[in-house]
Design a protein around this ligand. Structure first.
Ligand SMILES: [Zn+2]
Length: 388
């Protein structure tokens, strides 16, 4: 029976996917992996995000400002217990008297402070004279058009973003003060409560919020000379999203910046850009071992791989076995380390990878620099600062 064109197309697609599976040449056992996380490990946090996205997809026709609210809330520079309290208020599940009554608890629903209104979350936190006095002392807008706590918070971060984090702190403090009044018959005035709460907030920020975060990685903006006697390997990969075709490239330089070797390698198919970048690292370090190019320092512009390499923990993702192989090669290369460099410091390897993607190269190790990248070597390695 002849296969029709459609069937051939499907089979070719399937065979390409099988070929692109990132397999390690070493003998690792099969295992289950969780596709929701780059490291392949299941966490409740990722399951939560997937569930949230499903809910948002179901309601995709209308923009969902509450999704942005949760994002602002989780990223705000305040303690976790403040976020949990505000989240309950915004989700309308803070156990105010009205909410307890709605859930079948036989309780007086009047506000314990003013005894004039039903104690709903928005009343307790914004509209009650107790809350109003706190917001006034802190100079936070009440924006009474917003009908519930979630809408009030959305309006605040839209209209007065600087007031958003202080408001989170004060919502938490207002609710705490309310509970002290009910359970301990102790209650602070707004003039005591506001400076105390904002003081705690400032202490928290001083201890936990850092102005510049670089994930602990040294970021190089220009190719740098390295320690005497060391060989520096820069690698890169190029990937065609449509065809899966990938090119790997790498260049070995001595501490003076002279080329001592390099490679170009064309891959018929890779699974992802990250897969290609990882294979470029593996090929490069293997060549360093084969040609005795040690001690070695390695540089890649793939930030998340560079971050994943130093850990010794098992990576459960589809690339986990290859990552273990790379770690073993790095140990064999006298404990070589992989650092991150911006793409602008990686022009030679980048060009070699592009050439490999667009041509047909096997892992051939060259010692004479190809003329096509000579200019990049010269511009990368001159007038550069020392890395020692
Ligand atoms: Zn009240």
């Amino acid at each position: 029976m002849a296969l029709d064109d459609k069937m051939v197309e499907i089979l070719v697609g399937v065979s390409m996917k099988i070929k692109a599976l990132p397999l390690s040449p070493h003998n690792h056992g099969d295992r289950w992996i969780w596709g929701g996380d780059k490291k392949g490990g299941f966490t409740v946090k990722f399951a939560y995000h997937i569930a949230q996205n499903r809910i948002l997809e179901d309601d995709f026709s209308t923009p969902n400002p509450s999704a942005t609210l949760w994002k602002h809330l989780w990223q705000a520079p305040v303690q976790g217990n403040v976020k949990v309290c505000v989240r309950k208020a915004a989700a309308n599940i803070l156990p105010t008297r009205s909410r307890l009554s709605e859930r079948g608890i036989d309780i007086d629903t009047q506000c314990p402070f003013c005894d004039e209104e039903v104690e709903s979350p928005i009343h307790a936190l914004r509209d009650c004279p107790h809350a109003v006095s706190i917001l006034q002392v802190a100079n936070i807008p009440t924006l009474t058009n917003a009908s519930c706590v979630a809408n009030w918070l959305i309006a605040i971060y839209t209209l007065a973003p600087a007031a958003f984090s202080p408001l989170l702190m004060l919502i938490w403090a207002t609710w705490r003060n309310r509970n002290s009044r009910i359970w301990e018959e102790d209650c602070k005035s707004a003039h005591e409560l506001v400076p105390l709460t904002l003081g705690w907030w400032n202490d928290y920020k001083a201890a936990h919020v850092h102005p510049v975060r670089d994930n602990g990685l040294r970021v190089l903006h220009k190719w740098c000379k390295h320690s005497f006697g060391f060989i520096k390997l820069n690698v890169d990969a190029a990937f065609n999203m449509d065809t899966g075709l990938a090119g790997l490239g790498g260049i070995f330089l001595d501490h003076e910046g002279s080329v001592v070797g390099g490679f170009r390698h064309t891959l018929e198919v890779a699974n992802s850009p990250r897969h290609a970048e990882l294979l470029a690292l593996i090929h490069g370090v293997q060549l360093a071992l084969d040609h005795h190019l040690t001690p070695l320092v390695v540089e890649s512009d793939c930030m998340d791989l560079v971050q994943a390499i130093p850990g010794s923990s098992l990576d459960h993702s589809d690339l986990g076995f290859l990552l273990s192989d790379l770690r073993a090669l790095l140990i064999a290369a006298l404990g070589a380390r992989v650092g991150y460099g911006k793409r602008t410091t990686n022009l030679v390897a980048h060009s070699l990878a592009q050439e490999a993607k667009d041509g047909q190269f096997s892992v051939n190790f060259f010692t004479n620099c190809p003329p096509s990248v000579e200019a990049f070597v010269f511009s990368d390695c001159n007038d550069s600062p020392s890395m020692n």
